[in-house]
Design a protein around this ligand. Sequence first.
Ligand code: PRT
Ligand code: MG
Length: 216
Amino acid sequence: MTPQITLALSKGRIFDETLPLLAAAGIEVLEDPETSRKLILPTNRPDVRVVLVRATDVPTYVQYGGADIGVAGKDSLLEHGGQGMFRPLDLQIARCRVSVAVRADFDYAQAVRQGARLKVATKYTHIARQFFSAKGVHVDLIKLYGSMELAPLIGMADAIVDLVSTGNTLRANDLVEVEQIMDISSHLVVNQAALKLKQAPLKRIIDAFARAIAQD
Ligand code: PRT
Ligand code: MG
């Protein structure tokens, strides 16, 4: 009997941009996550199913074997730590960057002098802590789960560390991008134990994804 493969995806851009890669592996998801309320979606392959989870939860599902394989943003992987999984492929999808942004009237250059103190609001506390500690800047981190842009506007923080893609969200809120911390794309992640137990079917999917990326 072929073992069941469970793939963890998040709704939205990661799901949408993974579909062509799945198609290249001969896998077609049979329900639309935007209209279906199901959390487990069947595919055209009886041995493959998709589970829908929050983007930040994909690494956790793969770590604990709730899913054998998943697609996660590098931002989510760095915040999670990546324990218990392999990261065989950079899928080059859902691309963006992690940046520092401040109010247009804030003197960032002055604020990040060595030994200075900066109040930073972010969902990405690991990435932010590492980035500022490498610069020798002390930061007071305020953990938020969304709408980071609001924090500098209402004086709760000096700066934010957030994902930027077009820059429209920053511009709409009169914030300026003052530093780019790193480029982000989504990666394929595979549970370490599953890769041993279900090696052949998982390898077929990984290889098909790799070929599809190489063609672009
Ligand atoms: O929404 P939820 O809280 O469930 O989680 P999430 O926001 O992490 O999920 P989702 O689906 O929005 O994003 C999943 C992944 O897509 C992220 O982990 C990133 O790796 C990647 N990605 C790529 C982005 C963006 N581009 C992006 N632009 N994730 C979020 N954004 C947001 C950003 O946070 C900001 O609010 O879009 C806004 C900025 O966009 P621009 O175009 O205005 O600059
Ligand atoms: Mg989102």
